[in-house]
Ligand binder design. Structure first.
Ligand SMILES: O=C(O)c1cccc(C(=O)CC[C@H]2O[C@@H](n3cnc4c(=O)[nH]cnc43)[C@H](O)[C@@H]2O)c1
Ligand SMILES: [Zn+2]
Length: 353
């Protein structure tokens, strides 16, 4: 258990249960998962960077005034990823951190445009993530899949490049399962990305845009209608629209909820005001995720502890939440059944002990 992340309002044995619970993570960013250990190593490799090398100083550096400030800091860490070897190191080490939290399966959101525009060769980039994926699965037992996302604020040039990298048969990596849209939402209308999502969907990818993180429920409707979203990244403002909640519940469209992220970027004022309870009450499938965990001073286990507190969950409730993540994933049916069985076996053994 990571001591600094122990929520005093959650019993210690529930923290211990969460720490051992097999989990799937569906909303977590590649660069945003770089721990102080990884950031320090990359910053030391590239000494001209303004990113601190001292893990202690990173805590202050990762304190954000608003979403725009978060993106500025995020891009300064992106600037540390300069070579295919940096890409491989980041990916492999992120998987190691996930395995320590009993993450069995993760869909990692990667922004290839940010790397290719900084001069990393596209083929070498794909080889680096695939090499790390295979090594991580063999060595840590964590299965990684990729979501390639458009960094919305970088415009349609980035959308074109992301769609090309995701759909070109010579480049498209084996682990790619979905297509997303990230970055700021204010001033970056979702419908303009429809042609790129159409191409990705035609190529067999699932649609998982961010929507309703920093804007209202209309953005979530646009993600559903224009981008044919199968899951919604965040979807926080959906709580403001009862018809939207009913639609998400009826169509079984999961929300990728990341509670601590929403506080860190000031999208929600306090955890107690987080709408996760409304989502559950409305019957919307809720999954728990960490988004950019070290940047937000959290990890997936802590997000489950936060959810346990906000939703009043015991071990069985937490196991159901973990199974929501498995069910909402893009794993095949035997893969889902394997992790769900593992969750049940673990929970039964825990309750019997
Ligand atoms: O890479 C560039 O050169 C570049 C230029 C202009 C704009 C951008 C971006 O907008 C990058 C945003 C980046 O942020 C990622 N991200 C991480 N966490 C979140 C989140 O909670 N909500 C939205 N976006 C997030 C996202 O994957 C983009 O890659 C880049
Ligand atoms: Zn995100």
């Amino acid at each position: 258990m990571t001591e600094h992340l122990v929520d005093p309002d959650v019993p210690r044995d529930l923290h211990a249960f969460i720490a051992g619970l097999p989990k799937a993570e569906l909303h977590v960013h590649h660069v945003g998962s770089a721990s102080p250990r990884i950031v320090s190593e990359l910053a030391a490799r590239h000494a001209d960077s303004k990113v601190p090398t001292d893990p202690e100083a990173l805590v202050d550096y990762f304190t954000f005034t608003d979403f725009a400030h978060f993106i500025d800091v995020y891009l300064s860490v992106v600037d540390l990823i300069r070579t295919p070897e940096d890409v491989r190191l980041l990916t492999y080490e992120v998987a190691r951190d996930m395995a320590r939290q009993q993450v069995r399966y993760a869909e990692l959101t990667i922004t290839p445009f940010s790397s290719t525009r900084r001069g990393i060769d596209e083929g070498a980039f794909m080889d680096a993530i695939e090499d790390a994926r295979k090594a991580a699965e063999a060595e840590f037992g964590t299965v990684l899949r990729w979501c390639f996302d458009i960094p919305g604020e970088a415009g349609l040039e980035s959308a074109e490049e992301t769609a090309r990298l995701a759909t070109d048969d010579r480049l498209r990596p084996e682990g790619l399962v979905s297509f997303g849209l990230g970055g700021p939402e204010i001033g970056v209308a979702r419908p303009q990305f429809k042609p790129y999502f159409d191409r990705a969907i035609a190529a067999g990818l699932h649609s998982v845009p961010h929507a309703g993180e920093t804007t209202g429920p209309q953005t979530v409707w646009e993600a559903l209608i224009d981008l044919r979203a199968e899951r919604i990244g965040h979807g926080t403002s959906s709580a403001q629209d009862p018809k939207l909640l009913a639609h998400l519940a009826e169509r079984r469209i999961p929300l990728e909820v990341c509670p601590t992220s929403n506080i860190a970027t000031r999208a929600v004022r306090t955890l107690d005001e987080h709408p996760i309870k409304e989502f559950v009450r409305a019957g919307v499938p809720v999954t728990i995720n960490s988004d950019d965990p070290p940047m937000f001073g959290t990890d997936l286990n802590n997000e489950y502890a936060v959810a346990a507190r906000l939703l009043g969950l015991d071990e069985r409730g937490l196991a159901d939440l973990a199974k929501n993540g498995v069910e909402a994933s893009f794993l095949d049916a035997p893969g889902k059944a394997r992790i769900a069985d593992e969750i049940d076996t673990y929970t039964a053994a825990w309750l019997a002990s």
